[in-house]
Design a protein around this ligand. Sequence first.
Ligand SMILES: Nc1ncnc2c1ncn2[C@@H]1O[C@H](COP(=O)(O)OP(=O)(O)OP(=O)(O)O)[C@@H](O)[C@H]1O
Length: 252
Amino acid sequence: MSQVATPEGMALELDSVSFAYPRRPVLQEVSFTVAAGAFCVLLGPNGAGKTTLFSLITRLFLCRSGSIRIFGHDLGREGREALGRLGVVFQQPTLDLDLSVDQNLRYYGALQGHPDRIMGTRIREALCDADLAERAGEKVRHLSGGQRRRLELARALLNDPRLLLADEPTVGLDIQSRRDIIVRVREGCGSRGVGVLWATHLVDEVEPHDQLVVLHQGRVVRQGIASAILAETGSKTVHQAYSLLTGGGPKS
Ligand SMILES: Nc1ncnc2c1ncn2[C@@H]1O[C@H](COP(=O)(O)OP(=O)(O)OP(=O)(O)O)[C@@H](O)[C@H]1O
């Protein structure tokens, strides 16, 4: 794997990324960066273009306008190196409900080319971290929504990524499960130095020290440290800042 020096220590760099579905422009000149090891919230309402952006960063869609670099590797020219550093939790769940918790992780490990004996240890650790060790042999169908999301996050981290992309992973969960998941991700990724790009439309998921990128109608309308954005806009809350920046507001 080739190593590219990244003097700014950037995990992710998007430069003037634009994208359109047939007859529907969605993203316009989107530029922002995520520093290595930082927690960055991509905040925007339904339809802002968050999932489309994730599809471009994961190369489900080709980025034809603008550029995307992951730890200095251009996604178009060095896709393998760039994608090899990513862990992803998509908005739509992708677990096999009829496989056990353990089998879902082993299957993912096999797809990544890891020998079963190495994965065994990693999977046991991952399930302990996710508080799912006692459910290892059960079918995923029998897990709660929050437990399934914890399993997907554990799976995304199995490969020791340096950047985790999470597309609205708390949608549909109750408040307690939401808090539990975000606290786990903040602590787990923070202690391992894993950067996170966390897409959400929920303003209460933003902490003052987070990097914040506000996406509205396919454009970045503000980016920076959340507390600085509050100060710049004279706002007391993220919800208030968002309303000022967009003339509306996502849910709290
Ligand atoms: N495959 C597609 N074909 C055409 N239009 C699409 C397609 N997928 C999304 N869109 C449109 O692109 C816009 C952005 O959608 P996208 O899913 O990226 O937003 P989002 O911020 O992730 O919203 P949500 O939180 O609701 O998923 C919306 O207007 C949506 O209707």
